[in-house]
Write a protein that binds this ligand. Structure first.
Ligand code: F3S
Length: 288
């Protein structure tokens, strides 16, 4: 089959976004100083390959607040997802050195949440409440701060009609879904301040993925299974192209699935290293 004229389109926006790139670089910079034991609070990115490489270089992953409480020295890197206020306070109490790799776009949401709560608005985060980014954002709010993922969840909150609301989004939330949700919520009689905090990198990646998926016979989405933004990309591509495949690495790619297609699109989540994207792209080229 090799030599067939398969058209391959790789999304320009595939791979590391600015915030993830910055966070990963910060860890490697720390390794280069070689001074203290380095920890990351949670895996630095949702990518097993990168996390494993860091582990081999001596970086340890802290998985819970309890583990952090037990630490007495070292450098702790906060990843791009960010954390709530209490983690900063804990690090300070423990006398641990902090390297803050929170993405500036996430930091901006933390600031909004803090300020809007102080101004007396109830903050609603549109996103997955179990995702670390949303947990971190919530950690800058107060007891009234909530997260919802759908209109149904919002309606179930049974808020008082006179409540002042501020709505923000998880940076990787599906842009169209957010717009849709906000439009529906705005039709109610609440006093609402909507701040669309979906990051541009996400929006551009999603728009490009949708455009490519709409015109190819098969679409390959590369990213770790735990990566929220990759899951969203998969969802979007699947809407446009039934032959959409979600793979973590080249090993997951079943080339047989592409045998009968003439065009393939490739995109990848924000935590997918370029190396993996290139491997997949080269493999598809070699095979067709
Ligand atoms: Fe930051 Fe956007 Fe990436 S919020 S971590 S640049 S997806």
């Amino acid at each position: 089959m090799a030599g067939r004229n398969m058209e391959i389109t790789v999304a320009k926006t595939a791979g590391f976004c600015f915030g993830v790139k910055r966070a990963v670089e910060k860890v490697y910079d720390q390794i280069a100083t070689g001074k203290k034991q380095i920890y990351t609070y949670g895996p630095i990115i949702h990518n097993e390959e990168v996390v494993q490489d860091l582990e081999e270089k001596g970086v340890q992953v802290i998985n819970s607040k309890e583990e952090l409480e037990a630490l007495k020295e070292g450098v702790v890197v906060i990843r791009s997802h960010g954390v709530g206020r209490e983690i900063y306070e804990l690090l300070e109490r423990q006398g641990l050195e902090l390297v803050d790799a929170t993405c500036p776009f996430v930091k901006k949401i933390h600031k909004i949440v803090r300020e809007q709560c102080e101004a007396g608005r109830r903050v609603i985060i549109v996103g997955n409440e179990h995702h670390p980014e949303v947990e971190g954002i919530k950690g800058w709010g107060n007891e009234y701060t909530l997260a919802v993922e759908s209109l149904e969840e919002f309606e179930n909150l049974a808020l008082r009609p006179d409540e002042k609301l501020c709505i923000v989004a998880q940076t990787t939330f599906n842009y169209n879904k957010f717009q849709d949700l906000v439009e529906k919520i705005s039709k109610t009689y609440y006093d609402i301040l909507v701040l669309n905090t979906i990051c541009n990198a996400t929006k551009e990646r999603q728009t490009e993925a949708r455009q490519i998926a709409a015109r190819v016979d098969a679409m390959v989405v590369i990213g770790d299974k735990r990566s929220s933004n990759t899951q969203k990309l998969f969802e979007i591509c699947k809407e446009e192209c039934l032959n959409t495949y979600y793979i973590q690495t080249l090993d997951d790619l079943d080339i047989n699935q592409l045998r009968s297609v003439e065009s393939v699109g490739i995109t990848a989540g924000a935590s997918t290293p370029n190396k993996i994207i290139e491997e997949v792209q080269n493999n598809v080229r070699i095979n067709f």
